[in-house]
Design a protein around this ligand. Structure first.
Ligand code: TTP
Ligand code: MN
Ligand code: MN
Ligand code: MN
Length: 375
């Protein structure tokens, strides 16, 4: 970049989207950096800036090609002055000082590290930081810290669950859980959701998400607990946090629609054998760690079949896509959409759906494929 510096300065001022000199800058570089700023704002409880950076990252991700000059982003929506300032720095200097300042901040580093533990949220992380703790070792060595069950599991399997989950591993887990569910109820339906459904070309995830249902209403009751028991019997259940259903359809229209849903679900850590992955092909072995298995985070949600399409749409993500879709429903259509239902406020009725296509149709939108939802 250094050598082209003067030319780029000119470019920034007279840029008309066609740059004399192309600076190779992948959008990914921009968006990773913006996600970090979003995270930092989250730690600082600045909800506004956090959403602004996330939204900006989404917009950049949805561009067909990399951004080479500021002119190329001039007309784009949702890019605030902070985002533009960061991008300007990157385009001129090849790095952002604002981002580097955040990255080297002691508090940011500690909070990022602490919240990387399963079961540790920003509040707990902040508490630990205020007590002067800076490393995971220090937390484990601190006698006055009471870890809850989830956090204990988080520390116990920290190395494994911070390691990305591959597509092959997700596939293997799908087979295991599907087999288990079918053993209990042969007509049960298991769908892959989350990043492994929505991310085209994304080979890795932080966990694997599934949705479970039965073709007949009510038959799903008790199924999830039996699946969990069966996984335990097979010796592959390392951790399970089960939440019963708190869905109350009579309350929905009057309530504020929230991010967290009320379906029965469990947050799991499962033991995945290497042999299991080899059977499904595509195992990449790490010669340094050949104990023969790894721990993987799995989310498993159970819904009655009449809620299935809404849950599938809600759990496929991305979070930003869900946020935007809900906002569109509210602002443009006068409807309330969440993981459970779609409610028409003008007609005062729930709109039924048996597929995601039905939901998009109710919203007057063209169907959006899962892989087009990851911005
Ligand atoms: P995640 O598993 O957190 O995210 P992801 O699968 O897109 O990416 P990765 O796991 O690789 O980091 O959540 C999946 C989707 O489910 C996401 O769109 C948010 C949604 N979700 C809910 O609707 N309710 C919930 O309670 C949770 C935890 C997630
Ligand atoms: Mn996921
Ligand atoms: Mn994701
Ligand atoms: Mn998940």
């Amino acid at each position: 970049v250094g050598g082209h510096f003067p030319a780029i300065c000119v470019c920034l001022h007279v840029c008309t989207c066609v740059c004399a000199i192309e600076i190779i800058l992948e959008n990914n570089l921009n968006t990773d950096v913006l996600e970090e700023l979003a995270e930092n704002s989250e730690f600082n409880e600045s909800k506004g800036p956090c959403l602004a950076f996330r939204r900006a990252a989404s917009v950049l991700k949805s561009l067909p090609s990399a951004v080479h000059c500021l002119g190329a982003i001039q007309g784009l929506p949702c890019l605030g002055e902070h985002t533009k300032a960061v991008m300007e720095e990157i385009l001129i200097f090849g790095r952002s000082f604002k981002v580097e300042e955040v990255q080297s901040d002691e508090r940011y580093q500690a909070l990022k590290l602490f919240t990387s533990v399963f079961g540790v949220g920003p509040k707990t992380a902040e508490k630990w930081y205020r007590r002067g703790l800076r490393s995971l070792k220090e937390i484990l060595a601190e006698p006055n810290i009471q870890l809850n069950r989830m956090q204990r599991a988080g520390f116990l399997y920290y190395r494994d669950i911070s390691k990305a989950v591959s597509k092959a591993e997700a596939k293997a887990l799908r087979s295991i859980i599907e087999e288990t569910a079918h053993w209990i109820a042969p007509d049960s339906i298991l769908a892959l959701t989350g990043g492994f459904r929505s991310h085209r070309g994304k080979e890795y995830g932080h966990d694997v998400d599934f949705l479970l249902t039965m073709p007949e209403m009510g038959k799903e009751e008790g199924l999830l607990l039996r699946v969990i028991d069966r996984l335990r019997d097979q010796g592959i259940l390392l951790y399970c946090e089960h939440q019963g259903s708190t869905v109350d359809m009579s309350k929905l229209p009057s309530r504020r629609f929230e991010a967290m849903d009320h379906f029965e679900k469990c947050f799991l850590i499962l033991r995945l054998e290497e042999g299991q992955m080899e059977r499904d092909g595509g195992l990449q072995k790490d010669p340094g760690e050949s104990r023969g298995w790894r721990a993987v985070r799995v989310d498993l949600v159970a819904t009655p079949v009449d809620r299935y399409a809404f849950a599938l749409l809600g759990w496929t993500g991305s979070r930003q896509f869900e946020r935007d879709l809900r906002r569109f429903a509210r602002k443009e259509r006068g409807m309330c959409l969440d993981n459970h239902a779609l409610y028409d406020k003008t007609k005062k009725l729930f709109l039924p759906a048996t597929s995601e296509e039905d939901i998009f149709a109710h919203l007057g939108l063209e169907y959006v494929e899962p892989w087009q939802r990851n911005a």
